[in-house]
Design a protein around this ligand. Structure first.
Ligand code: FES
Ligand SMILES: [Fe+2]
Length: 343
């Protein structure tokens, strides 16, 4: 069976990362070169010339075309060779794979399968973290040396906050007084924590004071392959959520690079104090500490501890709190099987 899904939308980059320059990034096992065409749209091509396999990202642009750095074959934005410096003849095989891209919500999405099957309506909604007036979005990126589903496990099971994030988000015991629910809507999974009557957690202070009792929630949404959105907030006990403090939202989007490495894109949107640069710096530091300094080491160490052994073959213990990650893994397996059967 293939290692990675084809028919899904992969986050390839943040929009601001892709411009005139050639961005090289391995996505789901494929070396990929991304760049923005003159019309502003983004193209993604296999970053490997079919002649002697030079990375095209080391070459140069000629308008929307790419010139190979090695012997000068030139490819258009669809991956078709349009010039062979050595002959009038362009061999039929002088064609490289290209992928459909979409630029939405500040994210470059790349469809991993055939162009004709790329359905824009299937791109997960991340409008909550799109740039807009009255909102400040802080974006980050971390490279993780672990299979991407180990990040899914981490994010779909936020109980780890109590242990991993003692120094940043949590460790105040609120998870233990909450209830956890996994909701399966087919293509979408939800892993939600509801914690009534707990002291206002750090991210909601202010507006709540330290020690103020609140009803607190952490709602994680998942779509294949590993595109997750977290919505969190707190309200006075018994009050509707709309009356409380809803933190704008976070994106936690994981894209496989290889079987043992992945790209972890994070961002946080807020609606308070949007021009406060000191708050930006404080939050950026907090997220870097939490995601790079706390999550990443434990994810990488757990993955390395399996020494390449298959996850299920190692018989992972189930504690119930891990239902979200387990279901996500099962969904990926079913999708891979369906693609294999179709092929
Ligand atoms: S490797 Fe690209 S033209 Fe030879
Ligand atoms: Fe975490």
């Amino acid at each position: 069976m293939a290692r990675f899904l084809r028919n899904c939308w992969y986050m390839a980059a943040w929009s601001h990362e892709v411009g005139d320059a050639l961005l090289s990034r391995k996505i789901a096992g494929n070396p990929t070169v991304l760049y923005r065409k003159r019309d502003g749209s983004v193209t993604a091509l296999l970053d490997r010339c079919p002649h002697r396999f030079a990375p095209l990202s080391l070459g140069s642009r000629e308008g929307d075309c790419l010139v190979c750095p090695y012997h000068g074959l030139t490819f258009d934005a669809q991956g078709q060779c349009v010039r062979n410096p050595f002959s009038e003849h362009i061999p039929k095989a002088a064609q490289i794979e290209s992928w459909t891209c979409a630029d939405r919500d500040g994210i470059i999405w790349m469809w991993g399968g055939d162009h004709a099957a790329a359905d824009l309506s299937k791109i997960p909604d991340f409008s909550a973290v799109r740039d807009q007036p009255g909102r400040k979005v802080l974006r980050g990126y971390t490279h993780v040396k672990a299979g991407y589903e180990f990040c899914t496990d981490n994010l779909m099971d936020l109980s780890h906050i109590e242990f991993v994030h003692k120094g940043t988000f949590g460790g105040e015991g609120v998870i233990f007084s909450g209830c956890h629910e996994v909701i399966d809507e087919g293509e979408t999974l939800h892993s939600n924590w509801w914690m009534p009557g707990v002291p206002a957690p750090a991210p909601t202070r202010p507006p709540f004071a330290e020690g103020q009792l609140t009803d607190h929630w952490l709602d994680m949404r998942w779509n294949a392959p590993a595109s997750m959105q977290l919505k969190l907030g707190a309200t006075l006990p018994g009050h509707p959520r709309e009356e409380g403090y809803n933190i704008g939202g976070q994106a936690h989007i994981v894209t496989p690079e290889t079987e043992s490495t992945c790209h972890y894109f994070t961002c946080n949107a807020r609606h308070n104090d949007v021009d406060n640069l000191e708050l930006d710096a404080m939050l950026s530091g907090l997220f870097a500490q939490a995601f790079d300094g706390e999550d990443k080491p434990v994810i990488e160490a757990s993955f390395a501890n399996l020494d390449g052994q298959d996850f299920w073959a190692a018989k992972p213990l189930s504690l119930g709190i891990d239902q979200g990650g387990t279901r996500a893994r099962r969904k990926i397996e079913a999708l891979l099987k369906a693609e294999a059967a179709h092929a």
